[in-house]
Design a protein around this ligand. Sequence first.
Ligand code: ADP
Ligand code: ZN
Length: 748
Amino acid sequence: RVGPPAAGLLKQPPTGRPRVAVLLPLPFPGPFDYAAPPDLPAPPLQPGDIVTVPLGRRTETGVVWDPERNLPPEFTPPPMKSVADGRLKPVIARLDQPPLPASLRRFVDWVAAYTLSPPGLVLAMALRTGTAAQAAPALGWAVADPPPGLRDTPARRRVLDIAAHDGPLTAAELARRAGVGTSVVRGLADAGALRGVTMTPRPAFVRPDPDHCPPALDGEQAESARALRALAAEGGFSVTLLEGVTGSGKTEIYMEAIAACLARGKQVMVLLPEIALSSQWTGRFARRFGAEPALWHSDLGPRLRRVTWHAVADGTARVVVGARSALFLPFAELGLIIVDEEHETAFKQEDGVTYHARDMAVVRARMDRAPVVLVSATPSLETLANVGAGRYRHLVLTARHGGATMPEVRTIDMRAHPPERGLFLSPVLTEAIRQAIGRGEQGMLFLNRRGYAPLTLCRTCGHRLQCPNCTAWLVEHRARQILTCHHCGYQEATPPACPECHAESSLTPIGPGVERITEEARATFPDARILVMASDTLPGPAATADAVARIARREIDLVIGTQIVAKGWHFPHLTLVGVVDADLGLGGGDLRAAERTVQLLHQVAGRAGRAEAPGTVLLQSYTPDHPVMLALVSGDFESFMRQEAEQRRPGFWPPFGRLAALIVSADTPEAADATARALGQAAPRGDSLQVLGPAPAPLAILRGRHRRRLLLRTRREVAVQPLLRQWLDRVTPERGARIDIDIDPVSF
Ligand code: ADP
Ligand code: ZN
């Protein structure tokens, strides 16, 4: 049944009909051969055609694949066994779908080979949408004029907000996004607050106009914009780092590159790390180009997904802004890729096919012969190394636009200015917030931790409440009266007594989460209008957009949030940012912790003082002399990153060498250990590489699976894929154990 990777597509074998290779979106090592159907209407099957084929007793949808995989030799997967012509099954039908473009097929092969994933699983990401047959038009719901006397509940209000923002949506979709039952939607429809509309099978993708409303750029900006416009107008592969302090106009400038690309008649892909960010972004885009971009993220309903997928394929959608999965869209004529906030770890996909969207964007750009622009105020060490080596171009903006100054960053030494007992905010910080609010400005408190407390401890027996499935503490969420695991989603009601010693009212929260900081802030600033922004308090893009709009309208005095507040928001009235625990990310043995903390905190700091009033950032720290704090205070990231680089260079840690993680996971600790030991014994040896481990993985137990990790570290010139492939061939995992590969892991 298993054929070679398309040995001779449409080649007439001596005995029978032409054979074609078909890649299925399933975890097989490569495409299978099928016979071309005898009665297929012309033209003959071509690579990229979407077809249905028999697989066992099922019918599967797949893609006719190329005879040549076009990969560098070290990537080329081992050949598959061939099937005799007489035993080939015929393709069932060709679907009436735009074919998958050649550059995307090459990209799928490349990503699969690079990440050592079955190509079918990568293909699945490219198909996850468009290929199902068109469904009948559905009934959608949009807001109607509110009928008099409509009963107002929070659930109803959420539904109406979402319908107003994103409607029309199907009842199921509305209910899902609002987190309510469909009965709420039906109730609103019956009351006349929602009106039914037949959803047009395709939304109008209006063409953005490159000349709609161009900005007047100042000197430094104009120069960078000119350089990017030239690259986009010319086409061809190139990588450019656009680096500039927060508020310097980077977005404004890369929009000029988008304009040049549109003027040339090509499509644009914009990747954002968190799509919740897109509301401000799309608004800005619409003002610049007179039309909305197409959106691509996991929150799109199935219908909109399908429609968007087709619009990208047939070129109706000119600009797509999306999360990392947009990388796999079938652009007909891609002319430019933008990766905004390129340093963000959110670009790393950790489940299934593990890949880094920033790096894969560079690969995709090469396949489509398009320029790619990486954008950041705090570029990753990887990207800086590529700039240093002359592989990437570099454009730099040094000043904020329009005379806005960079915020002043200071540390609060928590040893000298401790909070009151049981509290977490230093008097220095609360006083600064009080003054900002007093001036009619806004403050923000940042703590990268959801929930009330990260740990709950019994004061009587010392028992700590731990997740039954993971090596992790249970996090209390007080408003919901639950304890939950942030790794596996396990939940239980907060117990009244210690589950271990049964002492009553003995359980004590240890440390703060945003919920606890909010409680403290409400007590300290009873008159302030406080808004909490965390992924669990903002259930979706609509709620996030609403929160952001309220801040911009000055309906809020103090914003308290997790990393969602650190994103590229523009809050003109925000002048004071307090970081509750600046040391938080520095614990643990991760070599990248310092780099990540600087990037995150600089991003948070960048929310302050973006308009006329100057901003201040206060970092609560017990280690104010740490290089990370010093870099944030001085704003000298260049020296900081240089020091970071010098620490990694001697041991050839990334970006000076290559790294791959092998994660062993198993039902039992014994199976995990035995498999990890076998891997250790079969490890490759040589002067240019080193194998570290096995050791317990960072989460030694996750979802009930016991995990061990080995790291393969090599010099840059070593190709790790063939090494890994041969290594894995020498090892048979124990029963119930598996080995997952993570190339270029983000933490190490
Ligand atoms: P960055 O992406 O570097 O953080 P932005 O592009 O968001 O910076 O610019 C910050 C703010 O300044 C935005 O509100 C933007 O509209 C405004 N801005 C930047 N450059 C200009 C310009 N040349 N003309 C008008 N407004 C500008
Ligand atoms: Zn868990």
